[in-house]
Design a protein around this ligand. Structure first.
Ligand code: DSN
Length: 416
C-alpha cells in the first residue's frame, strides 16, 4: 500500500503504520483468528465507498445516491450465497458479536433458553458469557467437552437438550480444534423444535475452501466473521433460510445497527471473489496440513495438545501441564521474540482466565505467507527454544533475530 497522503499530512501516524508493517513482516503470526488480507481487500477498505451512508438494504434505502453502493452490496451478497450455498445473506453486520446479537434478537425473546458451548472450554463470549449481552439477556445452558477426551460428546449434548428444551441450539467456538457434528446438532434440535444457529467465525474459510463440512444448507441461521480464515476485512455476515430472512434483516437494521460500512462490504465482496477461486481451496487445505504439522512438531517436543491434535486451523496447548509455564508467561516470552500467540483456557483448566494453563495457536496467517509443513518444524523449534530460554535475555535476543531472518523469507500481502 502507498501511504503517501498520510506520510505528508500526519507523520506521527505514518510512523506508527510503518512500524506495524515491520512488526508484521518480521514476526510469526500464530493468533488463530488473524490473517493478512490481499492488497485488493485493503484497497476496497481504503476506497471512496467509505464516504457513503446507506441505511436500509439494496433498493430500499433511507438515503439518496445509493445506486452504486447497492451494486457493491449486491456483489457481496451474491458471492456469499454462491460460496456457502446460502438461501439468504445479510452482509451488513459490523462484527461477530453484533451479528450474533442480531440472531438472538431475531429468533428469541429475552429470558429464552439457549444451549451454547461453554466459554472456558472453547465457546465465545457471545455464546453466553455472564458479562456479555447473551448471558445477561438469555438463559444460557452450557454444554462441555468430555473431560477424558476434551472433545464435545454429542450424546451428552442430546441429553442436556432433551432435559432443558432450549429454544435455540448454538454450535460454534473460538477455541476448539475438532470438527463440529452439524448433522447431529440439527437432529437434536429437531427432536425438541429448537432453532439451529451455527457460528462458523473461525472456520468459514475452511468451509468456503471445501475442507470442512458446511452447516449452511441445513442450519436455520449461520453467522461468521469475515476476517479470520475467510481472509476478508474485519466484519461479519449472517446467512439463513429464506423463511428467516425478514426477521434477520430487521434485527440487523434497525434492530442492532444504523448505517452499514459500505467500504467494508465492498471489501467483503473482494474477499469472497478470492475465496471462490480454486486456489483458495489449496490455501484452506494447506492451513489444516500446517496445523497438523505444527501440532505434531510440538508434541514431539513434549507439549500436550488438547484432545491429542487438530482437525482445523487451530490447537490448544497445555503449557502449564506439559512444561510448567503458564499461558501468560508463554505469551509474553514469545511476544518478546516476535511470535504472536494468545493465552487461553483449556478444558477443565485449574488456573484462571487471565493466567490460564494454555495457549491457542493457529496457522491461517502463516499459511497466507506461503509457509508449508517443513516451516512448521522451524516454527516449533523457535517457539521451544524461546520458552526454554525465557529467563535468558541474551538468548532471547538471538532467537528474535532468527525469527526475523526466517520471517523475511515469506512476503506479507499488501506490504511492499
Ligand atoms: N476474538 C476472536 C478470537 O480471537 O477468536 C473471537 O471473537
Amino acid at each position: 500500500m502507498n501511504y503517501s497522503g498520510i506520510q505528508q499530512q500526519d507523520p506521527a501516524l505514518y510512523e506508527i503504520i510503518k512500524r506495524e508493517e515491520q512488526r508484521q513482516k518480521e514476526g510469526i503470526e500464530l493468533i488463530a483468528s488473524e490473517n493478512y488480507v490481499s492488497k485488493a481487500v485493503l484497497e476496497a477498505m481504503g476506497s471512496v465507498l467509505a464516504n457513503k451512508y446507506s441505511e436500509g438494504y439494496p433498493g430500499k434505502r433511507y438515503y439518496g445516491g445509493n445506486e452504486i453502493i447497492d451494486q457493491a452490496e449486491g456483489l457481496a451478497i451474491e458471492r456469499a450465497k454462491q460460496l456457502f450455498d446460502a438461501e439468504h445473506v445479510n452482509v451488513q453486520p459490523l462484527s461477530g458479536s453484533p451479528a450474533n446479537l442480531a440472531v438472538y434478537m431475531a429468533l428469541l425473546n429475552p429470558g429464552d433458553k439457549v444451549l451454547g458451548f461453554s466459554l472456558d472450554q472453547g465457546g465465545h463470549l457471545s455464546h453466553g458469557h455472564p458479562l456479555n449481552f447473551s448471558g445477561k439477556l438469555y438463559t444460557i445452558i452450557p454444554y462441555f467437552a468430555k473431560k477424558e477426551t476434551e472433545i464435545i460428546d454429542m450424546d451428552e449434548v442430546e441429553e442436556i437438550a432433551l432435559r432443558e428444551k432450549p429454544k435455540m441450539i448454538l454450535a460454534g467456538f473460538s477455541a476448539y480444534s475438532r470438527n463440529m457434528d452439524w448433522k447431529r446438532f440439527k437432529e437434536i434440535a429437531d427432536k425438541i423444535g429448537a432453532f439451529t444457529f451455527a457460528d462458523i467465525a473461525h472456520i468459514a474459510g475452511l468451509i468456503a475452501g471445501k475442507q470442512l463440512e458446511n452447516p449452511v444448507p441445513y442450519f436455520d441461521v449461520v453467522s461468521t466473521t469475515t476476517h479470520k480464515t475467510l481472509r476478508g476485512p474485519r466484519g461479519a455476515m449472517i446467512m439463513c433460510k429464506e423463511k428467516f430472512a425478514a426477521l434477520i434483516d430487521k434485527a440487523v437494521f434497525p434492530g442492532v445497527q444504523g448505517g452499514p460500512h459500505d467500504h467494508i462490504n465492498a471489501a467483503k465482496a473482494v474477499a469472497y471473489g478470492e475465496a471462490l477461486k480454486p486456489e483458495f481451496q489449496d490455501y484452506a487445505a494447506q492451513i489444516i496440513k500446517n496445523a497438523k504439522a505444527l501440532a505434531t512438531a510440538l508434541q514431539e517436543k513434549g507439549y500436550r495438545i488438547i484432545s491429542g491434535g487438530t482437525d482445523n486451523h487451530l490447537m490448544l496447548v497445555d503449557m502449564f501441564g506439559s512444561k510448567g509455564i503458564t499461558g501468560k508467561e508463554a505469551e509474553k516470552t514469545l511476544e518478546h521474540v516476535g511470535i504472536s500467540i494468545n493465552k487461553n483456557m483449556i478444558p477443565y483448566d485449574p488456573r484462571k482466565p487471565l493466567d490460564p494453563s494454555g495457549v491457542r495457536l493457529g496457522t491461517p496467517a502463516i499459511t497466507t505467507r506461503a509457509m508449508l509443513e517443513a516451516e512448521m518444524q522451524t516454527v516449533a523449534d523457535l517457539m521451544d527454544q524461546a520458552l526454554a530460554s525465557r529467563n535468558d535475555e541474551n538468548k532471547l535476543a538471538e532467537i528474535k533475530q532468527q525469527v526475523k531472518e526466517f520471517s523475511l523469507n515469506f512476503p506479507v500481502p499488501g506490504i511492499e
